[in-house]
Design a protein around this ligand. Structure first.
Ligand code: ZN
Length: 393
């Protein structure tokens, strides 16, 4: 009986002790939590004032970034973000310059410019870097996000414009604690998305000196590629143009040695054509030609059976050689273009270059990626085969 009572007492005491312990742990936790999340009434007051003024916005998040300041993130119905950095010592607002080291301000700006140019085509990057608009800075765990609003851009992109800057890029410039991703690799600016609409742009009959180079520059500015189908006897006169074309990710294919109608040639003559064109190209680039754009798009069985090349024709003809009118060429593409198209142009005419200059930004804002023929095939999951003819993907 006595033993039983002792056990009862022990049980009651251990019960009380357990409750006490739980309460203690709970209290320690609570204190810690409060310390982590909050220690400034002034920041709270400032935030209350902000929320009163920003009636169209709701608070998404308010957290300590460092012992110096908090970040409040607001969002409205359109999905537009605003952020406020609040000094916890006096409740005053800070701007981006206040949280970048004073001696690194210019380096930070230069880095932002560089990353914008890497991500966006020139017509957008120039406006974001040098134009007027509103920028919202949001500090995340491993990156700084910049949202760009109300910048004047022509043509106007429909997509949200933003830049995610990994702290690995700006770790020496910022004045607050952050986490560094262990593995970080910068994107090269030419990553193509297989889920987006994609077309191949092709230019025949070159190389053509400054006109070809101007097209290469326009493509590069817009982060796009094309395939240049060149005539063998012209290649020999312009090795540097060919190297320039390849340097920025474009592709070169054959357009025969001297632009003859290949369907009239014998097997031996065809093989001689292929050999002499490839010889010139290889002497300049060290590579073999793999693609053939047959002159006039003419292909017969003798060609298909004997030439060890992939035949690339087109399904969207701008007829730029016939009309030589910038708007006509522009309209012929923009009114018809669809995913998987191969577009035919010639790097011979000023009007073609003017049309391309207008066309590439417009294709970009309409969500088209513009690439070389081989890239298009690759994006569409197709392997280019020799002896076969392709018109679109
Ligand atoms: Zn041609």
């Amino acid at each position: 009986m006595k033993k039983k009572r002792n056990i009862k007492i022990i049980l009651i005491f251990s019960g009380i002790f357990c409750i006490f312990l739980t309460l203690l742990i709970f209290k320690i936790n609570l204190n810690n939590k409060q310390k982590d999340v909050w220690d400034s009434k002034l920041a709270d007051e400032t935030l209350t004032n902000i929320l009163t003024q920003e009636a169209n916005y709701v608070l998404v998040e308010h957290k300590m970034i460092s012992s110096q300041f908090t970040q409040a993130i607001l969002k409205n119905d359109n999905g537009t973000y605003k952020s406020y950095f609040i000094n916890v010592k006096d409740g005053n607002l800070l701007n981006i310059e206040d949280i970048i080291k004073s001696e690194e301000q210019q380096n930070f700006k230069n880095k932002v410019h560089e990353l914008i140019e890497l991500k966006y085509p020139k017509f957008i990057a120039d406006s974001l870097n040098y134009g007027n608009g509103n920028i919202t800075y949001i500090l995340k765990d491993t990156e700084l996000i910049m949202y760009f609003y109300d910048f004047e851009i022509n043509p106007k992109p429909l997509e949200e414009l933003f830049l995610m800057i990994d702290y690995n890029e700006i770790k020496d410039y910022v004045n607050f604690p952050f986490h560094l991703k262990e593995e970080y690799e910068r994107e090269n600016g030419f990553t193509f998305d297989p889920t987006k609409k994609t077309v191949a742009l092709t230019f025949d009959d070159g190389p053509n000196g400054s006109k070809t180079l101007r097209l290469v520059e326009l493509l590069h500015q817009n982060k796009m590629h094309a395939t240049f189908f060149m005539v063998g006897n012209r290649m020999a006169t312009a090795p540097n143009v060919i190297k320039e074309v390849l340097k920025t990710g474009n592709e070169v294919g054959s357009h025969s040695y001297n632009h003859k109608n290949l369907t009239r040639l014998t097997k031996e003559e065809l093989l001689e054509e292929e050999k002499s064109t490839n010889l010139i190209y290889k002497s300049i680039t060290g590579q073999d030609l793999k693609l053939l754009r047959p002159p006039y798009g003419n292909v017969n069985d003798t060609m298909k059976q004997n030439l060890n090349l992939t035949f690339i024709n087109w399904n969207l003809d701008t007829e730029d050689w016939r009309y030589r009118n910038t708007n006509h060429i522009y309209d012929s593409v923009i009114n018809k273009v669809k995913d998987g198209d191969i577009i035919l142009m010639h790097d011979l005419y000023e009007t073609t270059i003017e049309a391309v200059e207008k066309l590439l930004p417009e294709l970009y804002v309409r969500g088209f990626q513009v690439v070389s023929v081989s890239e298009l095939a690759n994006i569409k999951g197709q392997t280019l085969e020799v002896h076969k003819v392709y018109r679109s993907f």
